[in-house]
Design a binder for this molecule. Structure first.
Ligand code: TUI
Length: 307
């Protein structure tokens, strides 16, 4: 299936795997790339040496293109931007900020640039700055989110920029992908569904929470910090939401409590203190499968629907 995204990245299917901090490591990224999508290693807040080693481990498992996600609020973003060049990666995706100052360097090194954006204004700014494509991410996504929904954001971004648009947020099956195409997207980014992949190395408590979640089991917390985040509605997430609402928690205290909570969820499976980030579509993720099964199942349905 050829779209501007499969052409841009040299991949078989127009599916990018989400760059999820503490989660998107080499085994998952290589499995997605070997299955015809575009795998992504997430830099998160990890030291550059750890991510270099993740990239090299992925290279040992696949000869297909994969990318690096750089969280721009991370103190390591500068080093990771250079690492993408040194390792001659196919592409980078960026989140939680504007990658403007890095774009020229990536482009002259042949690294494709795909910023994640939550608004039309940022999409236009990224297109002007030379991005090769953008990922328009709606608030149905897991993790740090913007205010608009995928169904509203994607067509507005498609109308606003000439570069290819990838849709993200709330997409977990072939129906979601086909719908994204109807909105004018030429690719999708999928995170939550890949949490259930066999190759995804997260703690089994995390997988259980996502697989067990129903439609109303995610919650957005932290709006008052300026960094709203969606994840599983655990007792911990509910207590954060209550503290935020009652005024019992200040934004500063909220940040203190949630520092390290992604690691506590993904690595330790700590249900009491971890933030189990996932998208609002978690209710539709009901079984563990291989990345290849996930992608083939999605693409079979997409082809059927588009025909
Ligand atoms: O970045 C994400 N999702 C994430 S990052 C993350 S780790 C985290 N750490 C601390 C606080 C919050 C989260 C977990 N999930 N998605 C991409 C994304 N990017 N969503 C929203 C944005 C975004 C926001 C503002 C992109 C650009 C932007 O620009 C602001 C500006 O004008 O610079």
């Amino acid at each position: 299936m050829n779209t501007k995204i499969t052409e841009l990245l040299g991949i078989k299917y127009p599916i990018l795997q989400g760059g999820m901090a503490w989660i998107s490591e080499h085994k998952l990224a290589a499995a997605v790339s070997n299955s015809g999508g575009a795998g992504i290693i997430a830099g998160g807040n990890a030291p550059v040496d750890v991510i270099r080693s993740e990239i090299r481990s992925a290279k040992a498992l696949t000869d297909k293109p994969f990318g690096l996600n750089i969280m721009l609020m991370s103190p390591n973003s500068e080093d990771l931007a250079q690492l993408a060049i040194d390792e001659k990666l196919a592409f980078v995706t960026t989140g939680a900020g504007s990658p403007g100052k890095f774009i020229e360097g990536w482009k002259s090194a042949g690294v494709k640039v795909i910023p994640v954006i939550p608004s039309v204004m940022l999409a236009k700014r990224m297109a002007r700055a030379g991005a090769d494509a953008v990922i328009a991410e709606g608030g149905e996504s897991g993790g740090h989110i913007g205010e608009n929904s995928t169904i509203c954001l994607v067509p507005q971004v498609v109308d606003a920029v000439e570069i290819p648009v990838i849709a993200a947020g709330g997409i977990a099956d072939g129906r979601g992908v086909a719908a994204a195409f109807m909105l004018g997207a030429v690719g999708v980014q999928i995170g939550t569904r890949f949490l259930s992949a066999n190759e995804c190395q997260i703690h089994e408590n995390y997988k259980k929470l996502v697989i067990g979640a129903k439609d109303t089991d995610t919650i957005v917390t932290g709006r008052f910090t300026g960094h709203p985040c969606r994840g599983v509605k655990t007792k911990f997430a509910r207590s954060l939401a209550e503290g935020e609402k009652s005024g019992e928690l200040t934004p500063e205290r909220f940040e203190e409590i949630t520092v390290g909570a992604l690691k506590k969820a993904a690595i330790d499976g700590n249900v009491e203190e971890g933030s189990f980030l996932c998208g609002a579509i978690a209710g539709m993720v009901n079984a563990e499968q291989s990345a290849s099964q996930i992608i083939e199942e999605i693409m079979k349905k997409v082809k059927e629907l588009l025909e």
